[in-house]
Design a protein around this ligand. Structure first.
Ligand code: ATP
Ligand code: MG
Length: 551
């Protein structure tokens, strides 16, 4: 963990509860869990939950489990199981014991369902989906009892066994809890506990054709694992009643207490695996790890570091207030990290040629620090030669004093090299500048001109014959609107969320490792994309040097 993670902060409400529980000896040690459903890649909202659960276990010397709540075989996949483990570990956390699966408990869950039937607290119901909905009522109207509600226990046991044996087709019947059709909480109106699915499960294969519902599974799995503090987001607040009802009516080793906190919402993006999968399935993005995606895999490919994501989760805090966090908050975290930790380099994204007419002879090998404040990061060698690339935006034929770059007839410093003066330009038929001619002052390497001339501007450059051609992918917000409507995703996408530029990078970057971050001076923070290699450098812009998310 970095120093940032350890920074002392006021304790949030869950920490206060845990400290009280430990002090009262309600628990002698704590156990939390992160319980994803493996139906997609994790997003930064999950990072909040991961940092909370694993962080609390670390702070209070407890344990944290990783458990897949895998009750929907059709939507789940082993590839999601793998990516989730990779993401948790990448964030810097390790679960206690082996990876757990709710499906490990299918046998026990089935027995608990049988126990409820035996107590007259569950029944097999043959209403179809539409009828079930109509019988359930609404927020303003109480529900009606299913005609199957009073089936005898022995019959229910036999029917549930027939369900398990595959004697009914999908959707033909379900097992429901017998609670209260008049409850103001919809989840208490005889919720479904088991349904029939002839689907192969990624863990249990074809052992089962009935699958427990999420609510039934989740609370019992927490109880089996003796979780002391079950933490989840606010939308599960009402479900707590159902969880408590289930656990009170069966015999489990513990009755975990659930505490709810507000979900993370982030502007200009979405926090829902289901919606994010729509972007992937429609190929509106380049897969789950597209650098524009708010997934952990996307952030990683974009160049975010685990420390920056953890820092972000610290900064946003844990409360019960619904909120929508600005993208600037996330970007500030990665900037703070990379400003200190990333080596500097030079790259030209929109190149125009400069010929130094008074430079003769062999190219020179200059040297530049990898970081201005950290000499321990070492030096890199920087070839300087007659023909250079500079950025098109760094030259003007005429400009006022505010423009501190290269102007025709004026001087500018080339970063880590000499002062040059622009003398004339070539243009094509359309009037675009194709080449800038310049003179350099050989006496200005690492020092100001001796005659007292003031040169204020500094621009970056690369040597044309030594530079590596490179592609630069510059990202912007994925959606045009700050809170995209889940029903009109396609229309809300930002058409300029990816701008590709072809330019040049200094030769030392030929050895860049995938994912390693650099600050390209005056351009931003970048890292090599996984699609790039030493023959074809491709860099993702992680973040601009300064805040750009202003409306
Ligand atoms: P999604 O809609 O993205 O699938 P989910 O809540 O259905 O989200 P799960 O895999 O069930 O996804 O989530 C695992 C854990 O992560 C849960 O405890 C959930 O409360 C938490 N979580 C999910 N999204 C967020 C979020 N945006 N902020 C904080 N915690 C979250
Ligand atoms: Mg879910």
């Amino acid at each position: 963990m970095s120093e940032l993670d350890r920074e002392v902060r006021p304790k949030h409400f869950i920490q206060q509860i845990i400290e009280q529980d430990l002090q009262d000896q309600k628990h002698t040690s704590i156990r939390t869990r992160f319980p994803p459903e493996p139906n997609g890649y994790l997003h930064i909202g999950h990072a909040k939950s991961i940092c909370l659960n694993f962080g609390l276990a670390a702070t209070y010397h407890g344990e944290c489990h990783l458990r897949f709540d895998d009750t929907n075989p059709e939507k789940e996949d082993q590839s999601f199981v793998s990516s989730i483990q990779e993401d948790v570990q990448w964030l810097g956390f390790q679960w206690d014991g082996s990876v757990r699966y709710a499906s490990n408990y299918f046998e026990q869950l089935h027995q608990y369902a049988v126990d409820l039937i035996e107590k007259g607290l569950a029944y097999v119901c043959f209403l179809n989906a539409e009828e079930t909905r109509a019988y359930r009522g609404s927020l303003t109207e109480t529900g009606r009892s299913s005609p199957y509600r009073d089936t005898a226990v022995a019959d229910n046991l036999a029917l549930f066994e027939q369900m398990r044996q595959g004697q009914f087709s999908e959707g033909h019947c379900v097992l429901r809890a017998k609670i209260d059709m008049a409850s103001p909480f919809m989840c208490m109106r005889d919720p479904v506990l088991y349904r029939i699915r002839f689907a192969e499960h990624h863990q249990t294969k074809d052992t089962w054709c009935i699958y427990p519902m999420y609510d039934f599974t989740h609370c019992i799995s927490d109880a089996i694992e003796q979780i002391t503090h079950s933490l989840c987001s606010l939308e599960f607040q009402d479900n707590r009643r159902l969880y408590d009802w289930i656990l009170q009516n069966i015999s489990v080793p513990a009755t975990p207490h659930q505490y709810e906190f507000s979900r993370l919402n982030l502007e200009y993006t979405l926090m829902s695996k289901r919606k994010l999968s729509e972007l992937v399935d429609n190929q509106w993005v380049d897969g789950w790890d597209d650098p524009r995606m708010p997934t952990i895999a996307g952030l990683r490919r974009r160049g975010y570091t685990p420390a920056a994501v953890r820092d972000f989760c610290q900064r946003i805090g844990v409360t019960k207030q619904e909120n929508c966090v600005q993208m600037n908050v996330l970007e500030a975290c990665i900037r703070d990290d990379l400003n200190v930790n990333s080596p500097r380099a030079m790259a030209v994204l929109d190149p125009v040629k400069v010929v130094i007419e008074n430079f003769t002879g062999e190219p020179e090998s200059l040297s530049a620090p990898c970081h201005p404040d950290t000499p321990a990061m070492g030096q890199r060698s920087l070839p300087f030669a007659k023909t250079l690339w500079i950025d098109r935006a760094d030259f003007k034929e005429e400009a006022n004093k505010k423009y501190k770059r290269l102007v025709l007839g004026k001087e500018v410093r080339l970063r880590n090299a000499y002062v040059i003066q622009a003398t004339r330009v070539d243009k094509d038929a359309e009037g675009h500048i194709t080449c800038i001619y310049a003179q350099y002052d050989p006496a200005t390497l690492g020092c100001a001109p001796t005659d007292g001339r003031k040169v204020k501007g500094v621009i970056h450059w690369v040597s044309a014959e030594h530079a590596q051609p490179a592609e630069f992918r510059v990202y912007d917000r994925l959606f045009k609107v700050s809170q995209p409507d889940a029903n009109t995703l396609a229309e809300s996408l930002n058409p300029d969320s990816l701008i590709v530029k072809q330019g040049y990078a200094e030769p030392s970057l030929v050895n860049a490792a995938v994912g390693k971050a650099y600050q390209f001076e005056r351009e931003g923070y970048f890292c090599l994309d996984k699609q790039g290699n030493s023959d074809q450098l491709i860099f993702n812009r992680t973040v601009a040097l300064r805040e750009s998310w202003t409306d």
